[in-house]
Design a protein around this ligand. Sequence first.
Ligand code: ATP
Length: 344
Amino acid sequence: MSQFFDNNDAFSQALQVLRSDYLPTGIDPDWLEQEPGSSSIRLVIPFITDVEAIKHEIAEQPELAKYDWEVLCKVKKLSNSQPELPMITGNVIVVSSGKGGVGKSSVSVSLALGLQQLGARVGLLDADIYGPSIPTMLGRGDHTVEVNASNKMEPLQRFGLQVNSLGYLVSDDDATIWRGPMASSALQQLYNDTAWQNLDYLIVDMPPGTGDIQLTMAQKLPITGAVVVTTPQNVALRDAEKGIAMFNKLQIPLLGVLENMSYHRCASCGHQEAIFGEGGGQQIAEKHAVSLLAQWPLTTALRESLDHEKPLMIEQPDHELSQLIRKTSATIAAQLYHKTTKNV
Ligand SMILES: Nc1ncnc2c1ncn2[C@@H]1O[C@H](COP(=O)(O)OP(=O)(O)OP(=O)(O)O)[C@@H](O)[C@H]1O
C-alpha cells in the first residue's frame, strides 16, 4: 500500500485531513491494504473507534471517496509501564482522581461501557479500597467470587463487561484500614488471579488521592495509560495536578484530563450553568501539556441510572451523554495508541 500512497499526493493529503478526536494523527498508510488494481481499500485501525464516524469522514473527502472502503478495528496490545510484570490481559487504563467524589467510578463504568459499545472486549477492575462502588453501580453487589479449576477468580459478567472488585472479596470496613502494601498486593492479586477472557482493554478504577497507597498500587500494575478525572473547581484542580505529577513521576503515559460535572443544562429552559466554575480542566491541560479529553455535564439521568444499577449507556444508548461518552472512549483509545507508540 505504501507504494500506492507515495505516488499519490492528493490521496496522502486527504488521509492526513482526517484528523479528529477519533484519529488524532490522521490515517497511517501502514493501516491500509489494497489488492493490486483493485478499487477497494481495507483500513485496519489498531485501536477501537467509531467505525461509522470514520466511514462518514472518509465519504466527505472526494479523493478518498473514489474507493470502496472496508473499515475495521483490530486492537493492538501496547507497551506498558512495568514490562517486567506479566501482562495478563489487554491494555490497562487506570482512571484516577486527586480528590474524592469527582465522579471517578461513574467515569470508569461509563468508559468501560463506551469502549464495549464501540466493539471492544472490556474488563473493569474496581480497585477503590476506600469505597468500592462499582458493584453498587452495575448491580450484583452480593456476588461471591467463584474460583475455576486453574485457581483463578471468574469475573462477574455484567452488561457485556467482565468485572471484578475488591468489594467482592472484603467488607468495606476491612478494606479501608488496609495499609499501602496490603492494598497493593490485593490489587495485584485481583489483576493476576482473575480469569479475564481475552480483553482488549481493562479499565481500573483507582482509589482517589495521590498518596503512598495510590503510588504503590500504580507500581504494581502493568499500566498502559492513565486518565485523571477532575471537576472544574479550584480545590479539585489542585489535586488533579498532583495526579498528573504522580503519573509523570511513574513514567506512565497520561492520556489526558477528563472534566466531569462541567456544567448543568436546565431540562426546562435549556440554560447552561457552570456550577463548579469554568475553564479549569482546560487550564491544567494546557499547563501540563496534556489533552482535555472531554467535558461531561452534570446530568441527573447519569446519577439516577447508576443509583439504580441501570447504566445510562444501556438504558438510553442514544442519550446525548451516552453519545458523548462513546466519543470520549474513542478519543481515549486513540490517545492510548498514539502516546504509547510515540506518534504524538
Ligand atoms: N456527570 C455526572 N452527573 C451527575 N451525577 C454524577 C456525575 N458524575 C458522578 N455523579 C454522581 O456523583 C456521585 C459520586 O460519583 P462517584 O462515586 O463516581 O465519584 P468518585 O470520584 O468515584 O467517588 P469516590 O471518591 O468516593 O470513589 C455519584 O452519586 C454519581 O452518580
